[in-house]
Design a protein around this ligand. Structure first.
Ligand code: PMP
Length: 439
């Protein structure tokens, strides 16, 4: 009997024993093509010797030193590298152990900022439906995924959730993409005015929505307008790039492609590439200065913040992404993956939408292409795709979810940046087999 949980299936999962480039290998020797990098984590594949070496070297000299007493060279180097390559204005880095810790810290930093500025009435957070920001209480409160929130209602913070930017389902036939983007962004201004601008501290969103929506990209101009609205009402913009950041969409930070910079950014997943658990929150000099001038320090902390070994891995990963030209490679291989998906599924009777950026791709499945009607949730289409793909030796990330009864099933793809052309073909073939088995 296994004493390990969670179990995502009633049946015992296979035991993973090794990684080899884009593949994971189980105890029986079966190989699985990692088409989703776990959940957009393993951007360098599973056997990158440079990262492994960097971790070994760090552990040999210093595995851990508590930030209550010390800083460390890898933490300083990683922060410098991130700031040098981050969108304009992001100037300070708080290193944590994962995505939820980064978003949780962002929510608290936003709140502390307004307290330090002498505006304690600013305490309300606005986020979006159909979003995921993590599983700790604050992060879960920010997320709009109804299924994940369902059991925890009484524990959650009172966060406002506006409609997401969801062109496939929400754009009117009479509207251009740009017009829809502006209309979708208007929901933020409406909500700020409804709550009272003096009470709103921050707006949190994923630039490209990952787990809950399948690589849902914003309409052109949407985030530019969001940025303007935040500036107009003194509302901090927190961008959650935990999934879509670190090169995944074809730029180091996804928001670069929307031409904006946030006040606070959260990253994780691809930052450690799975070699170490690490995340980070970046904020502007202005926010940091307010904290410094006020209480003097951010009233937060976990034992493993700034962990030297994790930071050494993060530094090696970001260096690899930048020095090996992986960001342009993501664009190139991402275009190829998108083209193969369009060839194979563009006319598929149960594929409603193909979307994404770079090597972050989503497929929305529908019962009827013309009406966009989703499958009956009782059919469990996403779960069946996951199972059939796994049997065929493909790891992909199917999900089902609903907002206001509208969304159905989708598959998220986020393969390693090192994926070769032949592996893109293998991914699409196996996915085709899995979808055929499920719908
Ligand atoms: N934000 C986003 C956008 C995510 O996709 C995730 C994880 N799927 C998180 C936050 C939480 O990250 P973690 O699981 O590392 O806590």
């Amino acid at each position: 009997m296994s004493h390990v949980f969670p179990r995502h299936t009633r049946q015992a999962p296979p035991v993973a024993v090794a990684g080899d480039g884009c593949y994971l290998i189980d105890a029986s020797g079966k190989r699985y093509l990692d088409g989703s990098g776990g959940a957009a984590v393993s951007c360098l594949g599973h056997s990158d010797s440079a990262i492994i070496e960097a971790i070994k070297t760090q552990v040999d000299s210093l595995a851990f030193a508590h930030t209550g007493f010390f800083t460390s060279e890898p933490a300083e180097k990683l922060a410098d590298l991130l700031v040098a390559n981050a969108p304009d204005g992001l100037d300070r880095v708080y290193l944590v152990s994962g995505g939820s810790e980064a978003t949780e810290a962002a929510i608290k930093l936003a709140r502390q900022y307004w307290v330090e500025k002498g505006r304690p009435e600013k305490g309300r957070l606005i986020a979006r439906k159909q979003s995921y920001h993590g599983n700790t209480i604050g992060a879960l409160s920010a997320g709009g995924n109804e299924w994940r929130r369902a059991q925890f209602g009484p524990l959650l913070l009172d966060v406002s959730h506006i409609a997401p930017c969801y062109e496939y389902r929400e754009r009117a036939e009479t509207e251009t993409a740009e017009e829809y983007g502006l209309r979708a962004a208007q929901a933020l201004e409406d909500e700020i005015l409804r709550l009272g601008p003096d009470t709103v501290m921050a707006f949190m969103a994923e630039p490209v929505v990952g787990a809950t929506a399948g690589a849902l990209t914003p309409a052109p101009g949407y985030f530019k307008r969001i940025r303007e609205i935040c500036d107009k009402y003194d509302v901090l913009l927190i961008l959650d790039e935990v999934m879509c950041g670190m090169g995944r969409t074809g730029s180091l930070f996804a928001c670069e492609q929307d031409g904006i910079a946030p006040d606070i950014a959260c990253i994780a997943k691809g930052l450690g590439a799975g070699y170490q658990p690490i995340g980070a929150m970046l904020c502007t000099a202005e926010i940091y200065a307010a904290i410094e001038a006020g209480s003097g320090f951010f009233q937060h902390g976990h034992t493993y913040i700034g962990h030297p070994t994790a930071a050494a891995a993060g530094h090696a990963v970001v260096s690899a992404i930048l020095e090996r030209g992986l960001v342009p490679r993501v664009r190139e291989q991402g275009d190829k993956l998108a083209a193969r998906l369009t060839e194979r599924f563009g006319q598929h009777p149960h594929v409603g939408d193909l979307r994404g950026r770079g090597l972050f791709r989503g497929i929305e499945l529908v019962a009827d292409r013309d009406t966009k009607a989703p499958f009956d949730p009782a059919r469990g289409v996403a779960g069946k795709i996951k199972k059939a793909a796994f049997e065929a030796g493909l790891i992909c990330y199917p999900m089902s979810g609903t907002i206001d009864g509208k969304t159905g099933d989708h598959v998220l793809l986020a393969p390693p940046f090192i994926i070769e052309d032949a592996q893109i073909d293998e991914l699409v073939d196996k996915l085709d087999t899995a979808i055929a088995a499920a719908v």
